[in-house]
Design a protein around this ligand. Structure first.
Ligand code: FMN
Length: 170
């Protein structure tokens, strides 16, 4: 059982990066092997069909696809930009579906998100749920949201709530 944890912001002080780490800390304390994937590694040119024909799929997309294939469960921690998914994350997902084998098929995917706003990235997670369904993943029904997020709010998230979130799809 291994959990791949992706986050959709490469900002140094990213709240979603902090939430990614908090989830990993709880998962590891419960004996789950985690792969905390660096958001920088999701970075790829914005998908363009001509670029794909000329240069193929970026090498980091293959690395991401291998990490997805190796995981038994995948947590995606998403920021919210204008009520939706940040381009970094959507673009990385789009590229993975251009590989010969779509690595997302049949995977258990759990969605989390943090934002300083009162809705805690819920709208981004709702959009991401639709995208993950389109790539044929199973999306767990319970989202982990941190509204009015700060380093402290993320630290204060209830540990039992994170455990229950992580148990989905066991
Ligand atoms: C272009 C842009 C749009 C944003 N739109 C929203 C939004 O719709 N809802 C929200 O709660 N926060 C929104 N925010 C604020 C982000 O939630 C906040 O910057 C957050 O810290 C980004 O995640 P990060 O800390 O992981 O980088 C937006 C930020 C940017 C830069």
């Amino acid at each position: 059982m291994s959990v791949l944890i992706l986050a959709g912001s490469s900002r140094t002080e990213s709240l979603n990066r902090k939430l990614q780490q908090r989830i990993a800390d709880v998962a590891e304390a419960d004996g789950r092997a985690c792969y905390v994937y660096a958001a920088e590694e999701l970075d790829a040119p914005i998908y363009n069909g001509d670029d794909e024909q000329e240069n193929g799929v970026p090498s980091n997309t293959q690395k991401l696809a291998t990490a997805i294939s190796d995981a038994t469960k995948i947590v995606i921690v998403t920021p919210e930009y204008n009520s939706s998914i940040p381009a970094l994350l959507k673009n990385a997902i789009d590229w993975t579906t251009r590989l010969e084998q779509n690595p997302w098929v049949g995977k258990n995917v759990l969605l989390a998100g943090a934002s300083p706003g009162r809705l805690g990235a819920m709208r981004a997670m709702t959009h991401l749920m639709v995208v993950m369904g389109a790539v044929q993943s199973w999306v767990a029904p319970m989202f982990l949201s941190c509204p009015q997020a700060s380093a402290q709010a993320i630290n204060n998230l209830d540990e039992e709530q994170i455990r229950a979130f992580l148990r989905q799809g066991d």
